[in-house]
Write a protein of this length. Structure first.
Length: 549
């Protein structure tokens, strides 16, 4: 389910303020390369894959809740009811469909029709859809009796599903979701098939081949569009605040159409409307399996073709429309069950689709390493979940122990450690006080304690400079080269009126990222003299590192 370029809103927070470096951002603020390609690297990793798709982590309800939601989906419930009703066996035709005599009773069993009176046609259609799904899900087994009669009997697996076993229920629902997803795409291509047939050709064989090619192309395009839409919804929902997961259909379409950083022109607005109209029925099909909650486009919006402006339909302005009017353009929300389904599809396609809180099961070392090395985690949430299941004092000491070291990711580990301990308040300060003389942690500890009003002496010059380089390296790594953050960081360095003196001290700092820090300052600092001194110091730092091996 790979996506294409799209726009998304920003929920980023600045690193160093108790928040995750890089922060949380909605999909529409990302360039595709930024969203899917730019993972951090220290520049020495030749095997780094900058084309990897980064799927944001999500929080899912317990499997028991998801299973209960799946069983509450009417189409699933109806399929289960009919499968059980087929016991001990039910006569079917050669295609496995219910015979005429059983169709009315089956529809009434599902309460789709009144007990008395004529049988509504739509009730029979819904019943047959449920029976077809029961057959497709192997809830019934089709066979032939000794007398040659075609029959259906309940499958053995039915008991596991009816008992509410989460694994059995979710496996069943996921299979059903895949079926409905395919049917939604096929339905979208039927119009193309009809158009191809009407166009015709002089030779029947040529017409058949052209029609088949057109249908296949339309089906592939519809599948790609639906997959992209579902992935955008997945990303949007991952970052949305509770209660704000609903997306206007026009916004969803715009995320799929408008290139990053651009305003939609007239042509794009028309394409947005086309995408809305194409997605609307497919989302309605998915809503039947509980993947999404969907409010369709009001058909009255398109009744007067000459007056129905595509731009207005595609992107209604909120300041001109009430909430109710805006909702007429269609709304969609990915449900928790839908998040589960999309995540399973992503995993099946080989993508890493993490869950918030998975790191809470491991220790501090695993937590900090994962946050430092993984580009698709939400550090604030992971830290909060990890701390919530531990005693504060023990957690603080474990985090500090895991933050030590001078390997490639150690600066980022210390930054996340500081963010976690700051969130603990006094318990975090008590742990900081224990490491004020630690060579790796002392500068950080003293800085935090002093900022909290603690009576602790400032770090010695060498320790303070090492911490300055370490903190710079952490943001350099965590920002993944984001120019805005780096320029702000460079501008905030404590360079005096004598930059040669400052950098003359910095290049001697025995930190693995000293040279990278100086290179960054030399490239980005707006003061030419400062930049020049930084470049000179970088040369000295690299020469020293080369001599030391």
């Amino acid at each position: 389910m790979a996506g294409r370029r799209r726009n998304t809103p920003d929920h980023s927070s600045q690193p160093g303020e108790g928040s995750a470096p890089g922060g949380s951002r909605l999909p529409a603020d990302y360039d595709l390369a930024e969203l899917y390609g730019a993972q951090g690297s220290d520049g020495d990793d030749e095997d780094f894959d900058d084309t990897a798709v980064l799927v944001p982590p999500i929080a899912l309800p317990p499997q028991e809740e998801l299973a209960a939601a799946a069983l509450a989906v009417p189409l699933i419930a109806h399929a289960l009811t009919l499968a059980r009703w087929s016991a001990p066996h039910r006569v079917v035709d050669e295609f496995g469909d219910l015979v005429e005599a059983d169709r009315g009773p089956a529809a009434r069993l599902l309460e789709l029709a009144p007990e008395d009176g004529p049988m509504p046609e739509d009730a029979l259609v819904e019943m047959l859809r449920a029976w077809s799904l029961a057959c497709d899900l192997d809830l019934v087994t089709l066979g032939t009796t000794a007398a040659g009669e075609h029959v259906a009997v309940p499958a053995e697996e039915l008991e596991d599903v009816e008992s509410g076993d989460p694994d059995a229920v979710l496996d069943l629902w996921l299979t059903a979701a895949g079926i409905v997803r395919e049917l939604a795409v096929e339905a979208d291509s039927l119009e193309v098939e009809g158009e191809a047939g009407e166009a015709g050709a002089e030779e029947p064989q040529e017409a058949d081949e052209d029609g088949l090619a057109a249908v296949e192309e339309a089906s592939e395009a519809a599948a790609e569009l639906l997959d992209e839409a579902m992935q955008v919804l997945y990303e949007y929902t991952a970052f949305a605040e509770p209660g704000e997961e609903t997306v206007p259909l026009g916004v969803l379409a715009a995320l799929l159409v408008v290139p990053d950083g651009e305003e939609p022109d007239e042509e794009m607005l028309g394409e947005i409307t086309d995408v809305m109209v194409a997605l609307d029925p497919m989302l309605a099909d998915l809503a039947e399996l509980g993947l999404v909650e969907h409010r369709p486009i009001d058909p009255d919006l398109f009744e007067e073709e000459d007056e129905a402006a595509a731009p207005a339909a595609a992107e209604p302005r909120e300041d001109q429309l009430s909430d109710e009017d805006a909702a007429r353009f269609g709304l969609v929300r990915l449900t928790p069950l839908g998040q589960y389904g999309v995540r399973e599809w992503l995993l099946a396609d080989g993508y890493d689709a993490p869950l918030v809180g998975e790191l809470a099961e491991g220790g501090a070392e695993a937590l900090l390493n994962a946050l430092a090395e993984s580009a698709n985690l939400l550090p604030d949430r992971e830290i909060a979940v990890w701390l919530a299941v531990r005693q504060p004092a023990e957690a603080a000491r474990e985090l500090l122990e895991a933050a030590r070291g001078r390997d490639a990711y150690s600066p980022v580990r210390r930054m996340y450690c500081a963010a976690a301990l700051i969130s603990l308040g006094p318990d975090g300060d008590a742990a900081f006080a224990e490491v004020v003389d630690d060579p790796d942690l002392g500068g950080l500890a003293r800085e935090v304690l002093r900022s909290h009003g603690g009576e602790v002496a400032a770090a010695e010059r060498e320790v303070a400079l090492w911490h300055t380089v370490d903190a710079f390296a952490a943001v350099l790594l965590a920002s993944r080269g984001e120019a805005g953050q780096l320029r702000e960081l460079v501008a905030g360095l404590p360079v005096t009126d004598n930059p040669a003196s400052f950098f003359g001290e910095v290049w001697r700092v025995p930190h693995p990222y000293t040279a990278q820090m100086l290179d960054t300052v030399g490239e980005l600092h707006l003061d030419r003299q400062v930049a020049k001194e930084a470049r000179k110091a970088s040369f000295k730092a690299k020469s020293r590192r080369s001599q030391e091996g």
